[in-house]
Design a protein around this ligand. Sequence first.
Ligand SMILES: [Zn+2]
Length: 282
Amino acid sequence: MLVGVPLGLAGLALAIAAVAPSSSGADVAAVPAATVAPATPVPIAEVAEPAPDVAPSSPTPVDATTTTGSESGQSGRSAMNEANPGLDVVWRIDTEDPVFFITVDDNIRDEAVAAAGMRVVETNQIPITAFLTTNYIDGDTDYFQQVTRFGGSIQNHTVTHSWLDRPETDPRFELCTAQDELQEQFGSRPWMIRPPYGAPYIGGSNEPRLEAAAAECGVNRIVMWSAVVDNGNVSYNPGPTLQAGDIVLFHFWDPQFAEGLQMILDIGAANGLRPAALGDYL
Ligand SMILES: [Zn+2]
């Protein structure tokens, strides 16, 4: 039920353009649009994300009035996950259901952008899986709880948004500390991680240190993606359009976040697909 791209094939064609951190959210590299379905699944590079551009601040105390549990969207493991506890790297979901999955990464940079995205989520009751980078989300607890409340969940996108395959990075710190911080901030412990930049999986490699840390800290799904929406553009792999089971990557800081959400909903509707909760399929 889970689809993993053979790692030996995954690294053939892609390199992620590294860009210098910037204060602008608009300096992402263009993602080439897939015009034909490739014969072999080749991952789409995530937009080359600039590092989050807000200064880390001290942890926010947990709001005592915060609700937790499935009603708030910060649910625990699905029954399917409980039954399949082994570690998987997931690129898309193999399903006959007419569904796709919306995931949104990183942190908020512009309140108006975030608010516009929230309106689309609320109007359409989209189950959002939010992969959050803990150094950059203090003060936005309420937003992330609200935006995931339609069956979505809050998941792990590390502490500092570092490349997990670089020797100077400590995957255990990045993963396990984020687990603890997210649990404290939102009241439940994540069980999925999206590695920043998709590294090293998008390059066709794996990361034993990350996988060891995942096992240690309660994560058993490393979630990649099969489509990217960025600044009003969409790319698929495999292409050429949205298909059942696709996992779509967004960013909370995308200047066209709201427009992109509406676009993928419209494309999904045209293809007979609706957004579903990723957690229910993992
Ligand atoms: Zn990211």
